[in-house]
Design a protein around this ligand. Structure first.
Ligand code: AMP
Ligand code: MG
Length: 485
């Protein structure tokens, strides 16, 4: 079952083996001059991989998909997806490969996957490549999310290829090696459900259950229970995004995981000034994936998943649809519960108080206050700091603070400390990511590594890192847009 040579690692291939209809065996394009730009040593250790070996030529070769262990069977995965609401029946890994699965030190099965590894049969018009900038953006954003305690795929490494890729200009190319609980997406189920082989969606659901929710296998209605668990995982995930001001940017069904991990960081960003309408993607003209729309979009994507499961849930279609509808409708209350308890923690409250939170958010919006800084300012206020300068009209803030303080437990020092454990100082702000990525594209990765260090310990304020806690300088504009591929 397992393959390998006792070299750097051993892969398993349960996805390719159990679901042959959902992938195509494929190999990575040769890389002329691989050069390691970033290696995630902590993640390597988690996977039981030796960082020094990964830095050596054989390790770097592995990280771009050449020099794989004997018997490795990399595949391009098939999936469909709704992109900005429009159904595309065949998307798939156009420029990516699943190298195989590893069992990490904690016994968890993790995918090792490449992005930018060359054209595959799913490539359509694309060149199969990736540029250094967007791959480093995925690396730093994923590390920030992980450090914030938000489920996410993570970069293991970014390797420059030595090639130029053609975008609006010529850019240095790169391959990202990333690790995920799996790459099962809502779009994978859409693809399986549309296939001519009716057993495929059942096989896929069984695979997903075994991998992510093994305890539901024994439930009375396992597929319905599976659906409920995915809905719950996504409700929790999107609530966590909202609590840190994160905008994913491309919440297509192919970018919505079954595991509940954040995936495919493209034109995403953390907002500075609070504005529910914040959009970062330059191609999202209508604001479909704006900050405030994210919970509704997640629920819409989960409804698409539910449609694929209907035949598995019950022989009687009406019964199945009714049961699935009940589950997806409950997304709203699940999401709201996660969000309300998260907001209570951010404000140091023992019980959620939605009107209080809504009034704070309205104040932040009206006065265009920085979202991340405002919560740290509140804990600073409890310690006697003067945070009124953050607000253009501090009187309204004073009135809100009086209401808030009346609800707090008496030990203000303890409240402030608890708030600081959930409210980050450092998030990968857009202008910092752009700066780091631009420097790396020009050959200097030092700013990128400094930014990764800052966001990897987001809650501990450290001297010398002041600029990483600041919003974009005036003139930078709140809605910097870019395309993330
Ligand atoms: P993404 O926007 O990265 O989630 O990708 C959406 C779809 O476009 C997936 O099927 C990708 O594999 C494909 N794709 C994106 N960029 C490229 C590229 N440069 N070459 C080939 N396929 C691509
Ligand atoms: Mg994608």
């Amino acid at each position: 079952m397992s393959v390998g040579t006792g070299q750097l690692l051993e892969f398993d291939h349960s996805y390719a083996r159990e679901l042959p209809g959902l992938s195509v065996p494929w190999t990575a394009a040769p890389v002329p001059a691989p050069a390691l730009l970033a290696l995630n040593e902590a993640l390597a250790a988690e996977l039981g991989l030796d960082a020094e070996a990964l830095r050596a030529p054989a390790g770097v070769a592995l990280l771009v998909g050449s020099g794989l262990p004997d018997g490795a069977q990399p595949v391009a995965q098939a999936y469909a997806g709704h992109q900005f609401g429009a159904y595309v029946p065949r998307l798939g890994d156009g420029r990516a490969l699943l190298l195989g699965e590893l069992v990490d030190r904690g016994g968890r099965r993790r995918d090792l996957h490449l992005k930018g590894s060359g054209r595959t049969p799913f490539a359509r018009g694309g060149d199969g490549k990736a540029a250094v900038g967007p791959m480093l953006r995925e690396y730093v954003t994923g590390e920030a999310m992980h450090a914030l305690g938000i489920p996410t795929t993570r970069a293991l490494a970014v390797v420059a290829t030595g090639e130029q890729v053609v975008r609006e200009s010529l850019l240095p190319g790169a391959v990202l090696a990333r690790v995920a609980a799996s790459h099962l997406r809502v779009g994978t189920f859409q693809y399986a459900a549309a296939a001519s082989e009716p057993a495929l969606v059942r096989d896929l659901a069984d695979h997903a259950i075994a991998r992510h929710f093994p305890d539901v296998a024994g439930a009375e209605r396992p597929y319905l229970e599976f659906y409920r668990r995915v809905v719950d995982a996504q409700a929790s995930l999107v609530a966590r995004w909202m609590l840190v001001g994160f905008v994913h940017g491309v919440m297509n069904t192919d970018n919505t995981t079954i595991s509940g991990e954040t995936i495919d960081y493209g034109p995403c960003a953390f907002m500075d000034a609070f504005d529910p309408a914040t959009v970062f993607s330059s191609i999202d003209h209508r604001g479909r994936y704006a900050y405030a729309n994210q919970p509704g979009i997640a629920q819409w994507n989960l409804a698409r998943l539910g449609e694929t499961l209907v035949p598995l849930i019950d022989e009687d279609t009406d019964t199945a649809v009714e049961a699935a509808t009940e589950v997806v409708t409950a997304f709203v209350e699940r999401y709201e519960a996660y969000w309300a308890s998260g907001m209570a923690a951010k404000l140091g409250l023992e019980t959620p108080d939605t009107p209080l939170v809504q009034d704070l958010l309205a104040l932040l919006h009206a006065q265009r206050v920085d979202f991340t800084r405002s919560f740290r300012a509140l804990s600073a206020h409890l310690r006697g700091g003067d945070v009124r300068p953050l607000f253009a009209e501090p009187d309204a803030f004073d009135a809100w603070v009086a209401r808030w303080e009346a609800l707090l437990p008496p030990d203000r020092g303890a409240v402030a400390a608890a708030m600081d454990r959930v409210n980050p100082v450092y998030v990968p702000r857009n202008h910092l990511v752009e700066e780091a990525v631009a420097a790396a594209t020009a050959g200097d990765t030092a700013p990128f590594h400094r930014l990764v260090d800052a966001v990897a310990s987001p809650f501990d304020e450290r001297p010398g890192l002041e600029r990483y806690a600041e919003p974009a300088p005036a003139g930078c504009g709140p809605h910097v847009t870019y395309c993330g591929t």
